[in-house]
Design a binder for this molecule. Structure first.
Ligand SMILES: Nc1nc2c(ncn2[C@@H]2O[C@H](COP(=O)(O)OP(=O)(O)OP(=O)(O)O)[C@@H](O)[C@H]2O)c(=O)[nH]1
Ligand SMILES: [Mg+2]
Ligand SMILES: [Zn+2]
Length: 293
């Protein structure tokens, strides 16, 4: 073990498999065990963690000695320090699920991560309407086709210097997009039907894939089970970014922006400043959260 902290190497955990943490650093790639005392302190390393490791470089093996403070933690996928979430929709096949999209966008806001919308498969259907919904809400929207390599370069620009998680329904083309980004066929793709046949037990671990020194991407398997543990009916209005400017402007301080008279959000909805589908998702989300209680 090194004498002082200066001998530690700093890196980022890109993968974790059965107790081994794979750390990417300036000095190379190391297979690490976590220091035993983490377990005593009830701290578990996470993919995305910035860490200090000790190693005798030649062995390629090391020990995670210290986990640096985290910017945020996502539970599904379990990843730390995500700076951006790219929500992928398909113009068609599968049909866009705006509610799920809006829930992921809310969780991105909650995690203080930038959000991008990628509307894929524009080669099979026009996506202007969906794009408009999210542009009007204030999001960056990229209409694209992984199949035709359309606008992949624009997405690549947005990824720079970010740790970006790709989320979205199964079959929308996340892995296909990421294969285009890396130029390698390293992400498994397939038709939805085949995926279902394969069953639920396919092992899937989250992995940071390096694009360049400061740029990483993470593929995820569909939305399946979105983590909503930190959302509640009270905080969710502020997670719809275009509602924010109306907060504090309703007649009632405890306005829920559902049916209340003098509600600034409902007025903006009437005026066309807020998209009906977005407000609809908001109503659905508070219902879902209330039922969970
Ligand atoms: N027409 C068309 N098909 C596409 C496009 N992108 C992906 N596909 C197809 O859509 C299917 C699903 O693509 P995947 O990349 O596996 O989808 P995924 O989002 O990773 O799905 P999960 O891993 O289950 O979450 C595959 O058959 C792809 O070939 C596109 O831009 N246009
Ligand atoms: Mg995939
Ligand atoms: Zn209101």
């Amino acid at each position: 073990m090194p004498e002082s902290k200066e001998d530690y190497i700093s890196g980022i955990i890109v993968k974790g498999i059965s107790g081994f943490w794979y750390v990417d650093s300036e000095k190379g790639y190391f297979e690490c065990r976590a220091r035993g005392s983490f377990r005593n302190d009830n701290i578990k390393p996470l993919v995305g963690d910035k860490v200090l490791i000790s190693t005798d470089i030649e062995s390629g093996k090391g020990t995670v000695e210290k986990i640096l403070p985290r910017k945020n933690v996502l539970l599904r996928p379990p990843v730390a320090n995500v700076t951006q979430m790219a929500v992928v929709l398909a113009a068609a096949n599968p049909k866009p699920n705006l509610y799920l999209t809006d829930k992921v966008l809310a969780s991105a806001k909650l995690a203080d991560a930038n959000a991008l919308i990628c509307v894929n498969k524009t080669d099979i259907e026009n996506a202007d309407e969906i794009c408009a919904i999210y542009k009007n809400a204030g999001y960056t929207v990229i209409s694209m086709s992984a199949k035709n390599d359309e606008n992949i370069d624009i997405l690549r620009e947005y990824l720079k210097k970010n740790v970006t998680v790709f989320a979205g329904n199964s079959g929308v083309g996340k892995s296909s997009i990421l294969n285009r980004i890396t130029g390698l066929d390293q992400f498994e793709t397939g038709e939805v039907s085949k995926r279902v046949e394969r069953g639920r037990h396919t092992t899937r671990h989250s992995e940071l894939v390096k694009i360049d020194e400061l740029t990483y991407i993470i593929d995820t398997p569909g939305f399946g089970n979105l983590d909503m543990s930190l959302l509640n009916p009270e905080n969710c209005a502020s997670l719809f970014i275009e509602f924010e400017q109306y907060m504090g402007k309703c007649r009632f301080l405890d306005c829920n922006h559902t049916v209340e008279p003098g509600c600034a959000v409902l007025k903006a909805l009437e005026n066309g400043e807020i998209e009906p589908s977005r407000h609809n998702s908001y109503l659905k989300l508070i219902e879902e959260l209330k039922n969970k209680r």
